[in-house]
Design a protein around this ligand. Structure first.
Ligand SMILES: C[S@@+](CC[C@H](N)C(=O)[O-])C[C@H]1O[C@@H](n2cnc3c(N)ncnc32)[C@H](O)[C@@H]1O
Length: 167
């Protein structure tokens, strides 16, 4: 599989998946995260992951480039999740998978919609977008994805979703 991961952080997910795929392009807009990720990959002897500093909102690839795209703990942080999801759909091959886990604060922590922006204003919190699991699955199906697998432990706010581009 040709895989892309955005918001890869320090690269643990990409490094764990590397032995099972052909190549992973792992991206993050933080130079510090990418530097740590490169160091971890070198230490682990992983050679089929390319770490690259870039914002997902700016990244573009040809239609149907990837077999799978991963975005873990990131969709609630991007400015326009629908635009990002549409781009992911476009970059996937028919039958390709978008694998994500996302904090959906809209179901259990609605109050965050009020305190989040205040915390962000004072530099205490990152800007977190508040939406429900239903709103997220609507975004995915609205872009054309089919929900292949969805899992959320009872008390968790994060939902794990495997979405498939029809083949
Ligand atoms: C909560 S961390 C998750 C890291 C990793 N995916 C994980 O699950 O451990 C979110 C990561 O996304 C990155 N990030 C946030 N917004 C981004 C954007 N628009 N484009 C690329 N990376 C972004 C941050 O730098 C951070 O490393």
């Amino acid at each position: 599989m040709e895989v892309m991961e955005f918001g890869c952080g320090t690269g643990s997910t990409a490094i764990a998946h590397a032995p099972h795929v052909k190549h992973i392009l792992a991206t993050d807009f933080s130079a510090g995260m990418i530097e740590i990720a490169r160091g971890k990959a070198t230490a682990a002897g992983v050679e089929n992951v390319t770490f690259s500093q870039m914002a997902i909102d700016e990244y573009t690839a040809a239609d149907g480039t990837f077999d799978a795209v991963m975005g873990h703990s990131i969709l609630h942080l991007v400015e326009d999740r629908d635009a990002v999801i549409s781009e992911v759909y476009r970059m996937l091959k028919p039958g390709g998978l978008f694998i994500s886990n996302t904090a959906c604060l809209g179901d259990k922590m609605k109050y965050f919609k009020l305190i989040g922006p205040i915390g962000n204003f004072f530099g205490l919190l990152p800007m977190v977008n508040v939406f429900s699991v239903r709103e997220l699955t609507d975004s995915l199906t609205g872009a054309g994805f089919e929900i292949d697998h969805q899992w959320q432990p009872e008390k968790a706010v994060s939902v794990f979703i495997v979405a498939k581009k029809p083949g």
